[in-house]
Design a protein around this ligand. Structure first.
Ligand SMILES: O=C([C@H](O)CO)[C@H](O)[C@H](O)COP(=O)(O)O
Length: 214
């Protein structure tokens, strides 16, 4: 099980400073969609240059022109690029094809997909690397999470790794670990803590020790 730190509400210098605190306790750093909107792919480039040994995910949430956008993110240094599960199959195939050419990986974000089991099966067959259930900020605000959705995709996905994102905190991590995703994505659960290093270290330790509920 891997831990991904999602950086959404920072600029490039702040991202580089923040990663310094937690780099020993994370596997992947995500350059979040708001950061890419504010700073462009320069954010991916500068973070990768600062931390060449850390895997960098560019959260582009691609919807179209997938091959081109995966190529640009790859050139900037991304190791993993995200596309939406709601995108056309042609777009997802284009993303997978370009990622393979570049030696990179594709994570499919299933945010807002209604028939999760059906779409997860379909995108799994397209050769993607990760399938991620995700409760975005707007649904987190009304108390939703993706724990059940993770169980749903775990039961149908045969090839891709499974991932979960959206509002995961220290006190809900054991519920996530219960379902055994391959990748756990945490933003505010680390960046919103006074002691970010301690939060990331504790999460890493719980994941290593497989601390689950019940
Ligand atoms: O993808 C995300 C969101 O859509 C904003 O871009 C976040 O990175 C993801 O939800 C993880 O962040 P937290 O919900 O703060 O854990």
């Amino acid at each position: 099980m891997e831990l991904q730190l999602a950086l959404d509400l920072v600029n490039i210098p702040e991202a580089i400073e923040l990663i310094k605190e937690v780099e020993d306790h994370i596997d992947i750093v995500e350059i979040g969609t708001p950061v890419v909107i504010n700073e462009g792919l320069r954010a991916v480039k500068e973070v990768k240059a600062a931390y060449p040994n850390l895997k960098v995910l560019a959260d582009l949430k691609i919807m179209d022109a997938a091959g081109y956008e995966v190529m640009k993110a790859s050139e900037a240094g991304a190791d993993i690029v995200t596309i939406l599960g709601a995108a056309e199959d042609m777009s997802i195939k284009g993303a997978v094809e370009e990622a393979k050419k570049q030696g990179k990986k594709i994570l499919v974000d299933m945010i807002a997909v209604k028939d999760l089991a059906c779409r997860a099966k379909e995108v799994d067959a397209l050769g993607v690397d990760y399938i991620c259930v995700h409760t975005g900020y707007d649904l987190q605000a009304v108390g939703k999470n993706s724990f059940e959705d993770l169980q749903t995709i775990k039961s149908v996905v045969k090839n891709a790794k499974t991932a979960i994102a959206g509002g995961i905190k220290l006190d809900t991590l054991s519920e996530v670990i219960n379902v055994q995703p391959d990748l756990v994505i945490v933003g505010g659960g680390i960046t919103g803590q006074e002691d970010k290093k301690a939060a990331a270290a504790k999460m890493q330790q719980m994941m290593k020790e497989n601390v689950s509920v019940g």
